[in-house]
Write a protein that binds this ligand. Structure first.
Ligand SMILES: [Zn+2]
Length: 163
């Protein structure tokens, strides 16, 4: 808990002086702590995975016996860190075989529940902004910025039903 309080203190304040945490209610302190404990550090791709997973839970329901996830990304950190964020939030895991990771240049996640699917493709602008992270501090700062952004500003999102 202590950990996250300090992260929220680090977040940039808006024009009115209030902390920009209005969107981060999506990622609760408890969830953030759980994710950092599981993954080992705070980084922007972990947060992207959490946000995408929470959004998928809302749209398709959270049920790891039905949902399948296909993640396309470079299969090395920091990019592949997104997979851990998805595992923590959806309960789908690499171990259970309901997450498939494919190598690709862009970052896109497809969540499938029966005939319904949700596709979330990371916006180029966001991907570009995460290209040079040389220090731990840099990576944490970018993670906090991602946390304050709306999921619709981070991903191009499409939902398909059937066929
Ligand atoms: Zn990571």
């Amino acid at each position: 808990m202590e950990l996250v309080t300090s992260y929220i203190d680090l977040m940039p304040a808006g024009r009115d002086g209030k902390k920009l945490v209005k969107e981060s209610h999506e990622v609760s302190s408890e969830l953030l702590n759980e994710a950092i404990r599981f993954h080992g550090h705070l980084g922007p791709f972990l947060i992207l995975g959490l946000k995408a997973g929470l959004y998928a839970n809302k749209i398709l329901g959270k049920d790891h016996s039905k949902i399948r996830v296909i993640v396309e990304t470079k299969l090395s950190p920091p990019y592949s860190c997104i997979i851990d964020g998805i595992q923590v939030t959806t309960g789908c895991t690499m171990g259970k075989g309901n997450i498939t990771a494919r190598n690709g240049e862009s970052v896109s996640i497809t969540f499938i529940n029966g005939e319904r699917s949700l596709k979330m493709r990371l916006k180029e602008r966001v991907l570009e902004s995460l290209k040079d992270m040389s220090t731990k501090g840099d990576s944490e700062r970018k993670a906090l910025k991602i946390m304050s952004e709306d999921v619709n500003d981070l991903f191009d999102i499409s939902i398909e039903k059937g066929g």
